[in-house]
Design a protein around this ligand. Structure first.
Ligand SMILES: [Zn+2]
Length: 215
C-alpha cells in the first residue's frame, strides 16, 4: 500500500497518516519529521535544512530526495508507506515518480485533505510542543490541552510554540503552499488514484478514506 497525502500545513495530514498507518500496517514517511530529526542530530543535511525552515521556506529538493531514497529502502517499509507532506511541487512529484518507477512501485491513493484557510490558521497557532527533545508530544490549546497549562502530561517539561508555528511564520508557509502546491493538485487530479476529502473531523475523514480505499 502506497499512499500520498496532500493538504495545506495544518490540514491534518499527520493525524490522518497515523490512523492509516495503524489500519494498514504501513510506515509513515513525514519529510517534516525526517528533517527535524536531521536538524536535532545536527547532520550536514540538517544544518543545511535549518536555514530554510527557520525562515518558513521550503527545503531544496535534492536534500529531501536524498532523505527519502534512504528511508524507503529500509526493511520496515516493505508493507508499504504513506507520504505525509510530500511531494509539495511538480518537480518533486516527477522526482518521486522516477524513484518509484526505479523501485517498481505503484501509488494506490493520492488523497487531498481539504480544509478552509481560517481553520488551518487557528489549528496551527494553537499548537504547543513539548520542549523535551526526547518527548516532543504535541498539544492543542483548544482541542487537546495538557492537564496543567504549559506543562507536558507525559514528561512534565514545559510546552513551547515552535518558531515555525507563529501566525507570521504560518502565513508565509501558507503563501508558499498555495503558490507552489496548488499546481501539484491540478497535476494529480488527472491521476486515477486521486481523490479529495474534507478534513474537518479526523474520524470522519479517516472513515471516508478507508471506505474509498476498500472499494
Ligand atoms: Zn513531554
Amino acid at each position: 500500500m502506497l499512499i500520498i497525502l496532500l493538504g495545506a500545513p495544518g490540514a491534518g495530514k499527520g493525524t490522518i497518516a497515523r490512523m492509516l498507518v495503524e489500519k494498514f500496517g504501513i510506515v509513515q514517511i513525514s519529510t517534516g519529521d525526517m528533517l527535524r530529526q536531521a536538524v536535532n542530530e545536527g547532520t550536514p543535511v540538517g544544518k543545511k535544512a535549518l536555514e530554510f525552515m527557520n525562515s518558513g521556506k521550503l527545503v531544496p529538493d535534492d536534500v529531501i530526495m536524498a532523505l527519502i531514497e534512504e528511508r524507503i529502502a529500509q526493511p520496515d517499509c516493505a508493507q508499504g508507506f504513506i507520504f505525509d507532506g510530500f511531494p509539495r511541487t511538480i518537480p518533486q512529484a516527477h522526482a518521486l515518480e522516477s524513484l518509484l518507477t526505479k523501485k517498481n512501485m505503484t501509488v494506490n491513493a493520492i488523497i487531498n485533505l481539504e480544509v478552509p484557510e481560517e481553520v488551518v490558521l487557528k489549528r496551527l497557532t494553537s499548537r504547543r510542543t513539548c520542549s523535551n527533545p526526547h518527548c516532543q508530544a504535541i498539544y492543542n490549546i483548544y482541542t487537546m490541552p495538557p492537564k496543567k497549562e504549559g506543562i507536558c502530561d507525559k514528561c512534565g517539561s514545559s510546552l513551547i510554540q515552535r518558531d515555525d508555528e507563529t501566525e507570521e511564520a504560518i502565513k508565509v508557509r501558507l503563501e508558499t503552499y498555495y503558490e507552489k502546491t496548488q499546481p501539484l493538485i491540478d497535476y494529480y487530479c488527472k491521476h486515477k488514484a486521486y481523490f479529495a476529502v474534507s478534513s474537518l473531523d479526523a474520524h470522519e475523514t479517516f472513515n471516508a478514506i478507508v471506505k474509498r480505499l476498500q472499494k
